[in-house]
Design a protein. Structure first.
Length: 253
């Protein structure tokens, strides 16, 4: 199918989510010698269903399988991947004009911004266990990005009932959400009325939500004991600060 400048206007959940995901895992490559422009996303085989769905939604991209080789202890290893790619020059220009991988697009309508954020987290974020104490699990959401402007917009666009911490580690900026209520609010924000997401991260997020909303034997709800202790260990070059929010915007369902 021919590309008809669809990405010159971000007007759907699918486009907003794709753009967020492309910010995280996408790549734009131009070869002056070959006069070719490539827009592509390469993922692990386990996430192939998402790329296949992208191809179905945006058929000017083509899905395929590929493999990478690398050396490990003098042994050549093979890693199998799935690839979504387009050589369309107009698509390349449109994604480049959206400042993909360079700056954050301000062209996303307010009611679609949480789809972009979900795409960004699906690409570069993670839900994981931060600690285990007294047979209780405590979770965190981490998002690491090298683009400070993108992090600033991410924080600004979060609703006011979600309070992240910000951490700088060299050239990498990290957003971390660890408090129980913040995590529940984040999960509800990301997935309410959502149709596009990476299934394994959705499943993990719902597992966390279910765990935190279930009272323990004493009838108390769990709170993350590390939530108020965000400082890095001694000797770390990292700096940590709580985010001072100027405004918070709730998305309307």
């Amino acid at each position: 199918m021919e590309y008809k400048n669809e990405f010159r206007k971000i007007d759907s959940e699918a486009k907003a989510y794709f753009l967020g995901f492309f910010h995280a895992d996408g790549n734009l490559h131009y070869s002056a010698k070959a006069y070719s422009s490539a827009s592509k996303i390469k993922l692990s085989i386990k996430d192939e269903e998402l790329l296949k769905r992208f191809e179905e939604e945006f058929p000017y991209f083509k899905f395929s399988y590929t493999k990478d080789s690398y050396k490990w202890k003098a042994v050549t290893k093979i890693s199998y991947k799935c690839l979504l790619r387009s050589y369309n020059k107009e698509l390349f220009k449109d994604l480049l004009n959206l400042n993909v991988k360079e700056d954050f697009p301000d062209v996303i309508p307010k009611h679609l911004r949480y789809h972009f954020i979900r795409g960004l987290i699906d690409g570069d974020g993670s839900f994981s266990i931060s600690s285990k104490q007294n047979n209780k699990l405590y979770y965190t959401m981490d998002l690491s990005i090298a683009n400070k402007y993108l992090i600033d917009k991410f924080i600004k666009w979060l609703p006011s009932n979600i309070n992240p911490t910000f951490q700088k580690d060299g050239k990498i900026f990290r957003i971390r959400i660890r408090r129980r209520n913040d995590l529940i609010n984040l999960i509800d924000y990301l997935y309410t009325n959502a149709n596009w997401y990476l299934q394994r991260k959705y499943d993990k997020a719902q597992e966390i939500r279910k765990y935190y909303l279930a009272p323990n034997k004493s009838g108390e709800l769990l709170e993350n004991p590390e939530a108020d202790n965000q400082q890095p260990s001694s000797g770390s070059a990292k700096s940590t600060e709580k985010v001072q929010r100027l405004d918070g915007e709730q998305h309307k369902q």
